[in-house]
Design a protein around this ligand. Structure first.
Ligand SMILES: NC(=O)c1ccc[n+]([C@@H]2O[C@H](COP(=O)([O-])OP(=O)(O)OC[C@H]3O[C@@H](n4cnc5c(N)ncnc54)[C@H](O)[C@@H]3O)[C@@H](O)[C@H]2O)c1
Length: 319
């Protein structure tokens, strides 16, 4: 059976990817530094889910630790690597930009070097819709220019795409970059809007809504994201970049309304101006992902939020 190394395996997307691979009998080696950017308990609980599978091995490891990373490649010999480990979040990159350079650029460099030296068959890595930065034209297409990033997070993700391109050119390393568009679902991240909304509504606290509510997002349900990653692992293209979005956009205040209904509790909305580094609208053109990967997102926002809120209630013992 194929051996896959997944970095950031205790993260939101990492956990769901490992689960999906393990259910299909892959042998999965997961690494994660379990940092405290958000509650490490959630990461440990995700790991407990993964440890139920006999084909899962975990090592607490930072991708910045070059020698320890080499040892993992040497011992495990993955045929494919999926790099999801990164300092995520646009807003945090205004406060702590160097953590993005360290994990997302220095760490990614180590991943590239290991894939090259251990002749890994393919690398799939997380990019982000934030590379579209100040672009006005929607939907965002992979053919659009992406030279106006408006956060260090976006810079780090664009840098990954360029580093991967050069490793393909120089060493023939096969790689696929995936620009995720606002992933959400069960086991989601507490620093992201939906989780924050649910948490604050339940606590009777006001929820912050930026740009006075004039925000639209291409929310992508986690199962659709995982499907796109799995298709990328299978296709193992030479050097490609794909958008993984839902090809639709939802008004942020409509998300609040659906969450209010699901929690049966009214939100107290606090309007704020636009946050630096943030974008008003994200919307993915997925024509190329459909054609080349066979990617087909199929979960609408109502069903996705229903699943998220059910998980949220269960996880927080609210039912
Ligand atoms: N969730 C989204 O909507 C979204 C959108 C665009 C891009 N992405 C990208 O997808 C990837 C996964 O995102 P996620 O939502 O699962 O985030 P996450 O924060 O839940 O997962 C990332 C995991 O990587 C680990 N990590 C961070 N730095 C590390 C390092 N140096 N060494 C080892 N482990 C490290 C963290 O502990 C965490 O468990 C990230 O690269 C992120 O930037 C996510």
């Amino acid at each position: 059976m194929e051996k896959v190394l997944v970095t950031g395996c205790a993260g939101f997307i990492g956990m769901h990817l490992c689960k999906s691979l393990l259910n299909d009998h892959y042998i999965v080696y997961g690494i994660d530094n379990l940092n405290d950017y958000y509650d490490p308990n959630l990461k440990n609980k995700r790991l407990l889910e993964l440890k139920k599978h006999k084909n899962f091995q975990f090592q607490k490891l930072d991708i910045k630790e070059e020698n320890n990373l080499k040892k993992v490649f040497n011992d495990f010999h993955p045929s494919k690597v999926v790099n999801l480990a990164a300092q995520a979040g646009v807003r945090h990159s205004l406060k702590n930009p160097s953590s993005y350079i360290n994990s997302n650029i220095m760490g990614f460099m180590n991943i590239l070097e290991c894939c090259r030296n251990f002749k890994t068959e393919g690398l799939i890595y997380a990019s982000s819709s934030s590379v579209y930065g100040k672009n006005k034209k929607v939907p965002f297409s992979v053919d659009d220019s992406v030279d106006k990033p408006i956060s260090i997070y976006a810079v780090s993700k664009r840098a990954n795409e360029q580093m991967a391109f050069s490793y393909n050119h120089l060493f023939g390393m096969k790689n696929t970059g995936l620009r995720f568009f606002t992933a959400y679902g069960p086991w989601g991240r507490p620093d992201m809007a939906m989780y924050i909304f649910a948490e604050k509504i339940m606590a009777g606290e006001s929820i912050p809504v930026f740009n006075n509510g004039k925000m639209w997002r291409d929310f992508t349900y986690i199962d659709d994201i995982i499907n796109g990653i799995r298709l990328s692992i299978d296709r193992n293209y030479d050097c490609e970049i794909f958008n993984l979005g839902n090809n639709s956009y939802t008004y942020l205040l409509d998300v609040v309304k659906i969450i209010e209904k699901l929690l049966d509790k009214k939100a107290d909305i606090e309007f704020h101006g636009m946050q630096l580094g943030d974008i008003k609208k994200s919307y993915a053109d997925i024509d190329r992902s459909k054609k080349m990967l066979g990617y087909k997102p199929c979960v609408d926002i109502e069903s996705g939020l229903y699943n998220f809120i059910n998980w949220y209630k269960d996880y927080n013992n609210l039912i």
